[in-house]
Design a protein around this ligand. Structure first.
Ligand SMILES: NC(=O)c1ccc[n+]([C@@H]2O[C@H](COP(=O)([O-])OP(=O)(O)OC[C@H]3O[C@@H](n4cnc5c(N)ncnc54)[C@H](OP(=O)(O)O)[C@@H]3O)[C@@H](O)[C@H]2O)c1
Length: 302
């Protein structure tokens, strides 16, 4: 699906991205990528829920495409959203919709980094079956307030033909010192569950999101590498490539529930649509090795 944006109508017009989320993990990486690729970009200074501030960003920057990597994710984790519901709604629902609405008014595509944590394994998509949730499936996980706001806004955004919704999941980057990185998180936890999940290798997929903007793609996209990987499989790779002495302890979902406030989602997303558009896309295990473990390899034996 494509949207005839102001950017594409003059295809020779040089790209200029307006990016929200300057201080965030994904927004920060996106800026670095644009720099590396020589793409002109400016970080938005407005707050998402303040339409006037966004209008003034758009007027001064005059972008060809807008990227939204701003959102409330909670610190230290999404449990924060359970006790800050209005703040979460303000950014994740009111703010995201305001930005999408304004971009539509200006004929601009909005690439929106959303989440795939709005699904959980169910009877029709059982654990280990290889049957993933598709783009058109209705969210079935609103167990955390964070996921609830994200599912609501995704549903409303379906009405905006200028929006490209990218369902990111359990993002991983090659920076193993970043505490937001899923690998870093699970290597530091005292105990981890062991469940296969779809995940997003940012080093491979963020450049793809830039290509998606260039192609003026819109609609919903499961923005994960194809296939699933479990916590233990990742930790085995960590042991093989990084630290042969690494050990960990598992616990059950029931035990995990006692140390978190809101339930977490576990699921497989069907990445066929993304793979069809980008046939070079690696499976999650291949991507982990190529983009994360090999560049960080400390153990020469592998
Ligand atoms: N990290 C994950 O595990 C994960 C997984 C799936 C999806 N996602 C989604 O991907 C997006 C980016 O995630 P991230 O991990 O990069 O998040 P992050 O590191 O927490 O960064 C969030 C960014 O959003 C900005 N922000 C928050 N509220 C804002 C508002 N009202 N107006 C303008 N900017 C605002 C923050 O700026 P200030 O500090 O100035 O508020 C910060 O730059 C989020 O929507 C998130 O839900 C993340």
């Amino acid at each position: 699906m494509g949207f005839e944006s102001n950017g594409s109508s003059a295809s020779e017009k040089p790209l200029k991205f307006l990016i929200y989320g300057r201080t965030g993990w994904i927004g920060g990486l996106l800026g670095k990528l644009c720099e590396a690729q020589g793409i002109e970009f400016v970080y938005g200074s407005g707050r998402l829920e303040n339409r006037t501030s966004l209008e003034s960003d758009l007027a001064s920057v005059r972008p060809t495409h807008v990227f939204n990597a701003a959102g409330v994710t909670g610190r230290p984790n999404v449990d924060w959203c359970e006790s800050h519901k209005v703040e979460t709604i303000r950014t994740n629902v009111v703010g995201t919709l305001t930005l999408a609405d304004l971009c539509r008014e200006k004929g601009l595509i909005l690439i929106n980094y959303a989440t795939g944590c709005i699904f959980e394994y169910d009877q029709d998509h059982p654990f280990g079956s290889g049957i993933g949730f598709k783009e058109e499936d209705e969210p079935n996980f609103i167990g955390s307030f964070y996921s609830k706001t994200k599912a609501m806004v995704e549903d409303l955004l379906k009405n905006y033909e200028n929006v490209c919704t990218l369902r990111v999941r359990m993002p991983i980057s090659s920076d193993l010192s970043n505490p937001r990185n899923f690998i870093t998180k699970i290597t530091r936890y005292e105990k981890v569950v062991n469940i296969p999940n779809s995940m997003t290798i940012l080093d491979e997929l963020l450049p793809i999101s830039i290509k998606m903007a260039k192609r003026n793609l819109t609609g919903i996209w499961n923005f994960t590498n194809p296939g699933v990987v479990s916590h233990n499989e990742i930790l085995e790779m960590y042991k093989d490539y990084i630290d042969p002495n690494f050990t960990w302890k598992n616990f059950t979902l029931e035990e995990q529930a006692k140390v978190i406030v809101a339930p977490r989602s576990n699921n497989e997303l069907d990445a066929t649509k993304l793979k069809q558009e980008f046939p070079e896309l690696l499976s999650i295990k291949e991507s982990l090795i190529q983009y994360v473990f090999k560049p960080n390899q400390k153990n020469p034996v592998v």
